[in-house]
Design a binder for this molecule. Structure first.
Ligand code: PMV
Length: 315
């Protein structure tokens, strides 16, 4: 059996809008923190047909779609490749589906890695190649074809994604993460739909340039351990993305009354605050401020996490 665990990730500078929908190439670069325990574990066994409890259609499409590129990738690293028509998959996330945390990033990162390990004929050789960032990047590029943001879950503690290229960004900042659960019903507008509908917003004009400028500033801030600048850029960028939603035609919102209420409490408190495509609030704080944050968030329902280096193997 093959077991792979991939964490979710939360973007500070958001991927919103595709330059190439089929290849899932983004219009702007993005920057995210790679999470740790908010993750998805995939268990894979050999099986004659493709079998999976949930989401089989999308997973099977991905299984077939990446085969040709996978053969090329394994050959480039002198590995044999055998692709059987099927396998059995068990996919389990540590967070409830209703938590409003995208499970597609962690699921596609874990599944893609599990498929590649299954198809390569030599586990030891695969794990040796895995240590090479270029090899991991090629697998991340295949995961991206299933879910764009999945490519960032391979690298940590932060990951930058620009066009085809995805890599780790390190920092000496000691950080924690949490997500405050405001509303846990399934969202009415999927991120796939958001990526296309935002083009109808008058604010779309200039968005790629604004995001790139924030990406550059944030990368520098991370490397210089400059948390206040990160807080500022992340705040600006989540408002920018949600303003696209609020001004698209037709417009929509993920905000709930509780979202606004907590945003008002958090504003100016020295925490990095961001929203994904949902009503729940993600917070990144300096580790030394954990207790202050816990006190501020009481009695909300909160899932706590920390940064990690990305995809890992179970067995
Ligand atoms: O990976 P996708 O196609 O589900 O896009 C998700 C994009 C956002 O989560 C809204 C932002 C991001 O960069 O993670």
């Amino acid at each position: 059996m093959i077991e792979v665990t991939a964490p979710s990730n939360i973007a500070l500078i958001k991927y919103m809008g595709k330059q190439d929908a089929d290849l899932r190439l983004p219009t702007n670069p993005s920057l995210s923190m790679t999470l740790d325990s908010l993750s998805t574990t995939v268990k894979l066994w050999p099986h004659e047909t493709f079998q999976m409890a949930y989401g089989e259609q999308r997973a099977h499409k991905h299984y077939v779609r990446i085969q040709q590129d996978a053969r090329r990738l394994l050959a480039d690293y002198s590995m044999a490749c055998r692709i059987p028509p099927g396998c059995a998959l068990e996919v389990q996330s540590t967070f409830p589906a209703s938590a409003g945390i995208a499970s597609s990033a962690s699921s596609f990162a874990a599944m893609t890695t599990a498929f590649l390990k299954y198809w390569s004929q030599d586990d030891a050789q695969f794990l040796t190649a895995w240590e090479l960032p270029q090899f991991k990047e090629r697998i991340a590029q295949l995961a991206r074809l299933g879910s764009g943001s999945a490519c960032r879950s391979f690298f940590g503690p932060f990951a930058s994604w620009d066009g085809e290229h995805v890599s780790s960004v390190s920092t000496q900042l000691e950080l924690i993460h949490c997500v405050v659960l405001i509303h846990t019903e399934e969202k009415k507008v999927s991120s796939a739909e958001a990526h296309t509908r935002i083009h109808s917003s008058p604010l779309w004009h200039g968005r790629p340039d604004r995001a790139r400028a924030r990406f550059d500033t944030s990368l520098k801030a991370l490397m210089q351990n400059d948390f206040p600048t990160l807080i500022h850029e992340a705040w600006q960028d989540f408002w920018d993305m949600h303003s696209l939603f609020h001004t698209a035609d037709p417009w929509w919102t993920y905000f709930e009354p509780g979202t606004i209420q907590l945003l008002k409490t958090l504003f100016g408190c020295g925490f990095l605050v961001t929203l994904d495509a949902g009503p729940n609030i993600h917070i990144i704080a300096l580790r030394q401020d954990t207790e202050k944050l816990q006190a501020l968030l009481h009695p909300h329902k909160v899932l706590w996490d920390k940064p990690s280096s990305g995809v890992r193997f179970g067995l």
